[in-house]
Design a protein around this ligand. Structure first.
Ligand SMILES: [Zn+2]
Length: 254
């Protein structure tokens, strides 16, 4: 996408009308690459808003297929798509949402072995897996590369998210960052769509804010939605001395 099309298109006139958002921010977003790990209830919604807003490149990492039990909360997928790869289904839809956005599907599970090569080139990463195991893979890969990211979790009516800037804020290996970002087990609570959508929207806003500077994303702060009580709360998390995020061997381009 050219700078002219990024900033001058009528597609974006409703957001460029905002006093904190203009041609410079629109161009910065058009020049950014955001990776979305997990194309479920969090990732599909976050990626849709990023595509609509005009991010330059989106990469969708997910090796799973659409299951009927996903459809109540993963509303970008349609009933006839059961069995299709989510990364490819979502990538096709995002290209229709905004043809200016370059979308790369990675139909693979993220592991310690492939996280480095797959996340190469990311300006920002959204961990939308809602899985502690994948969260740790993303955390370690991004911390090693010096790439900022935002992770989230959903359970029942609740959701939580945390933005991490390596070298500056607590990471997910720091001692006071709880498993599951402090949410109760999904095995007990199930999962509902709207709280996931709320967290996904905040993840998209965090990515937009980070790559453009238009929004104070306040990384290192754990945001929690208690949907059953209709309230948000927050906790600023401290770094743990000696954690991998404080290692001298950590990379750094943030
Ligand atoms: Zn840490």
């Amino acid at each position: 996408m050219s700078d002219e099309s990024a900033a001058g298109s009528g597609r974006y006139e409703s957001q460029t009308a905002n006093p904190r958002w203009g041609e410079d921010e629109q161009r910065a977003l058009a020049g950014a690459t955001v990776f979305v790990v997990g194309a479920g209830a969090l990732g599909s919604i976050a990626a849709s808003y990023l595509a609509g807003a005009g991010v330059g490149r989106l990469a969708i990492v997910d090796g799973s297929t659409v299951d009927e039990s996903d459809l109540h909360r993963q509303v970008l997928y349609l009933s006839p798509e059961a069995g299709m790869l989510k990364a490819e289904s979502l990538a096709a839809k995002l290209s229709l949402v905004n043809p200016d956005v370059h979308v790369d599907p990675f139909p693979a599970d993220l592991t310690v072995d492939n996280v480095g090569p797959i996340l190469t080139g990311a300006d920002f990463v959204l961990d939308c897996s809602s899985s502690d195991a994948v969260r740790r893979v993303v955390n370690d890969g991004c911390t090693g590369a010096g790439t900022a990211f935002c992770t989230a979790a959903v359970s029942g009516f609740d959701a939580a998210l945390l933005a991490v800037v390596p070298g500056s804020t607590a990471c997910c290996r720091c001692e006071n960052v709880p498993n599951g970002l402090g949410l109760p087990s999904r095995e007990d609570q199930g999962v509902f769509g709207p709280p996931a959508g709320a967290a996904a929207s905040m993840q998209a806003l965090t990515a937009i804010g980070f790559v453009t500077g238009a929004i104070d994303v306040r990384p290192g702060r754990l945001l929690r939605l208690r949907g059953g009580e209709m309230e948000w709360n927050e906790e600023q998390l401290q770094r743990t001395p000696g954690c991998i995020c404080a290692s001298d061997s950590r990379g750094g381009n943030v």
